[in-house]
Design a protein around this ligand. Structure first.
Ligand code: URA
Length: 211
């Protein structure tokens, strides 16, 4: 049985191994009209326990970087490619990514953000459908067709990478600043499109992607 209610998957049994390992389905959080959507790989142990994406150590890194550019976690939408925790924190398989793809496509269609930020190699490769050297490509922007729609995707290193390799911290922070610009925040906070002014939207609508 599978069921989606708006942006939330309320029941799904597409991946037998994940059904066995999960405590719950971890859906995206944040405004359903957010200008910026962050897409991670899959829930970890803390996310599985609390039912919310990026609430462990990686989430702290993301929250701090958002705060530095004048954004709160609640200003943006945060979701994952795969909504159930893989056992032993392994990467999701290509089959699991494919099984969950229509849910992410639907969420992105409903939210219709100005920019999608892929957090790490797995979501970057999944959304771009090609191999990605995330360390060298972080900060770059591509137009990608997702669910039949052209979307602006900004590639980022995974927040956890900054914990293990401090040299990645500035790359991550600069990418979050770019996300804020592309999402129309410009570092002044306030991120759902209902709240952003039409001037801001116009100002960023024709912006050239950074190199
Ligand atoms: N890493 C991810 O990719 N997603 C989460 O929700 C948490 C950590």
């Amino acid at each position: 049985m599978e069921q989606m209610d708006g942006t939330s998957v309320t029941a799904c049994e597409r991946c037998p191994e994940l059904c066995a390992s999960r405590s719950r389905i971890v859906n995206g959080v944040g405004p359903e009209d957010a200008a910026i959507v962050f897409v991670g790989e899959a829930p970890g142990a803390t996310e599985d326990e609390r039912g919310e994406p990026f609430v462990g150590r990686s989430g702290d890194v993301l929250d701090n970087a958002l705060r530095d550019v004048g954004l709160a976690r609640t200003d943006v939408r945060i979701t994952n490619c795969v909504r159930c925790r893989p056992p032993d924190n392994r990467d999701p398989t290509s089959e699991e990514l494919a099984n969950c793809e229509s849910y992410l496509d639907r969420e992105l269609e409903l939210v219709d953000p100005d920019v999608i930020v892929t957090l790490g190699k797995v979501p970057s490769e999944h959304l771009l459908d090609r191999s990605v050297g995330i360390t060298s490509e972080a900060g770059s922007v591509e137009e990608v067709r997702i669910g039949g729609q052209s979307r602006r995707v900004l590639l980022s290193v995974h927040p956890a990478a900054t914990l293990y390799d401090r040299s990645q911290r500035s790359t991550f922070e600069e990418t979050i600043a770019t996300a804020a610009d592309l999402g129309g925040a410009g570092g002044s906070g306030g991120q759902s499109r209902q709240e952003s002014t039409s001037n801001e939207r116009e100002r960023f609508a024709g912006r050239e992607p950074p190199q």
